[in-house]
Design a protein around this ligand. Structure first.
Ligand SMILES: C[S@@+](CC[C@H](N)C(=O)[O-])C[C@H]1O[C@@H](n2cnc3c(N)ncnc32)[C@H](O)[C@@H]1O
Length: 305
């Protein structure tokens, strides 16, 4: 299939660029794709575009993000109409579009957490990066150089995403461990937990960093239940390593994916490539680089029933 995978809005940490590499490590066809740390669900969207799974489960602890995805997929026209109204307001706003952003942000922080408001804040904020203060309030600033994705651009992406996922997707907003408990053999789980470097803020509502030992324990349980998964975790930029490695006793295979030139290094005048680790569960390691993934996988499923 040609063309790019559509996305709703820029989201810091999105796996959109890496999606084609990550999908190579999944079977050709499988039952359900489960994303417990979905963010803007780049992997789900990329997989659905290629018809790789029968069903999809999207979860993120940050419920306004899930609301965006649910409205985009189930009721795209309603979301685009509401977003357009909000987006156009910024040009008519008497104090300018920056003030308009702050007004929407205040409304959001006072409890008006609709999908269109979250979408507008994401589309207009610095680097599409969701930041909450220790009081749980969204505190990211507006990007002064941009007005945010135009409704026209958004509209075509939104309808395309809805086309791929409508009627096949379930939405949740809870801790990842509850979602892992619902998985069955034959499902594939893709996990992209919050970056270890920025995830240690404990009193923060949405980015309450996940505990390393809890995470390892959750993976041990998946291994016991023979459930297959892929995990994006640590990485490397130039000589610099970031994040902790997952322990050896989990029997995972680690591959390094090329995430391209680091924009932060470029700003400092250096050309450094970022590599992100992908950990492959024991049951998926046999499919790697296989031209017969589909056949082998069905065989495996039959054997494990
Ligand atoms: C690195 S981002 C995922 C980005 C995603 N792969 C994409 O392409 O957009 C990690 C996500 O994990 C979510 N998160 C953090 N703690 C969580 C938890 N305990 N359970 C579920 N989701 C959590 C965050 O809200 C964030 O959206």
């Amino acid at each position: 299939m040609n063309g790019k995978t559509p996305h709703l809005v820029q989201y810091q940490g999105s796996k959109r660029i890496l999606a084609p590499q990550i999908l190579q490590y999944m079977p050709y066809r499988f039952n359900r794709l489960i994303e417990p740390f979905a963010g803007m669900a780049a992997i789900t969207i990329a997989a659905a575009r290629l018809g790789r799974a029968n069903e999809y489960i999207i979860n993120d602890i940050n419920s306004p993000l899930v609301k965006i995805l649910q409205s985009a997929i189930e009721t795209p026209k309603i979301l685009i109409d509401k977003y357009r109204k909000l987006w156009e307001e910024q040009f008519a706003y008497i104090d300018g579009s920056i003030e308009h952003f702050y007004k929407v942000r205040d409304d959001f922080n006072n409890g008006d957490q609709t999908a269109e408001k979250m979408l507008y804040l994401l589309a207009r904020c610095v680097k599409g990066s969701v930041r909450y203060g220790s009081n749980g309030k969204f505190n990211q600033s507006p990007d002064k150089r941009r007005n945010g994705t135009s409704p026209k651009t958004l509209q075509s992406n939104l309808y395309e995403i809805s086309y791929y996922l409508k009627g096949k997707t379930k939405f949740f907003s809870t801790d990842y461990r509850e979602i892992l408990d619902c998985a069955h053999q034959g499902d594939i789980i893709y996990m992209d937990p919050p970056y270890q470097g920025v995830s240690n803020v404990r009193d923060n509502r949405y980015f309450s960093g996940i505990d390393f030992d809890d995470f390892v324990q959750a993976i041990e349980k998946l291994n016991e239940r023979r459930i297959d998964y892929l995990i994006s975790y640590d990485g490397k930029c130039g000589e610099k390593q970031y994040g902790m490695e997952l322990p050896e006793h989990l029997n995972l295979k680690k591959v390094m994916l090329n995430a391209g030139l680091s924009s932060q290094s470029l700003l400092l005048g250096k050309r450094e490539t970022t590599y992100e680790a992908l950990y492959i569960s024991p049951g998926l390691q046999m499919f790697e680089n296989s031209p017969h993934i589909e056949t082998q996988y069905s065989l495996f499923n039959t054997m494990s029933l």
